[in-house]
Structure formats: C-alpha cells, structure tokens
Design a protein around this ligand. Structure first.
Ligand code: AMP
Length: 142
C-alpha cells in the first residue's frame, strides 16, 4: 500500500472495531480499544488502537493525541502488572517501509523480562488458549 493511499475501512483493525472479527479484548472505552496481538513478540503483547479512522501517527489529529496516549499509558500499566513484566517495549511502525502491516494507527505494548529476547515481528500465531489466559490476566490488572 502506498503511503498516499486513503484509509481503508476494510483493514483488520477496523473490522475488529466494528465487531466483524473476533479479538482478545483487554480494554475498551469511547477513545480506544486494546486487544492481544495474535502473533505476539512476547507473552501479553497488546495493541492499542484509537477509535478514529487514521492510518498512522502522521494522520492523527493533534488534539486526539492526548486522550489516546492516556489510554496507551493506562493499558501499558495493566499489561505490565497483569503479566508481571519487568519492563515494556512500546513500538509504533509507520508506513510499509517502516514495518507497518495493518494501516490503522496502533501502538504495540510488549512485556519484557531481563534475558528474554523478543520473537520476530508478526512471526507465528499464538495458541488461542494462551491468548485467552493472558487477556484474562491483563483485564484483571486494571
Ligand atoms: P504492524 O506491523 O505494526 O502494522 O502490526 C500489526 C500487528 O497486528 C502485527 O503484530 C500482527 O501480529 C497483528 N495482527 C494481525 N492480525 C491480527 C488480528 N486479527 N488480531 C490481532 N492482531 C493481529
């Protein structure tokens, strides 16, 4: 997809937002939705998306950043606590050349433990029961 292409309403995250595709949701309010990444780079890898139809950070209206990042922070705290992580890696990939594969803005919240390397980005599908268990741990930490 070219960086000049408009927002595509059929992208996977838009479909999750509309309830057309399932997700292991951990948080939702009027501003944002958070759910587990199905190809996690570590246990508990969570994505936080705004409820605005924007491709990436450059398209995000300036006045929408504050409310959205408050949710990113809130979810990050719950992911760290729920997964008993020692730290987090927070990432955002912008544009295909930047590594973005789903063109609806999202931040990755990736739990970290000392000495545990990350799995590769978008490498392999996690088992449903593992995702379910990790989502329950994170939901309980808000
Ligand atoms: P990015 O490459 O930054 O656009 O990240 C997209 C992320 O979405 C990748 O880490 C994928 O593993 C993840 N992903 C793709 N499809 C789904 C899905 N249906 N549910 C949850 N995560 C997904």
């Amino acid at each position: 997809m070219a960086d000049t292409d408009p927002y595509q309403p059929e992208n996977i995250f838009a479909r999750i937002l509309r309830g057309e595709l399932p997700a292991h949701k951990v948080f939702e309010d009027e501003v944002a939705l958070a759910f587990l990444d199905v190809m996690p780079q570590s246990h508990g890898h969570t994505l936080v998306i705004p409820k605005l139809s924007v491709r990436g950070m450059i398209d995000m209206p300036a006045d929408a950043w504050g409310p959205y990042m408050v949710r990113v922070q809130k979810v990050a705290a719950a992911v760290k606590k729920g997964m008993e992580a020692e730290g987090l890696t927070v990432r955002q990939y912008e544009g295909a050349a930047g590594g973005q594969t789903v063109f609806h803005l999202h931040f990755h919240i990736i739990p970290r433990w000392v000495g545990e390397p990350l799995r590769r980005h978008g490498d392999s599908m996690e088992k449903e029961d593992v995702l379910k268990a990790n989502a329950a741990k994170i939901r309980a930490a808000f």
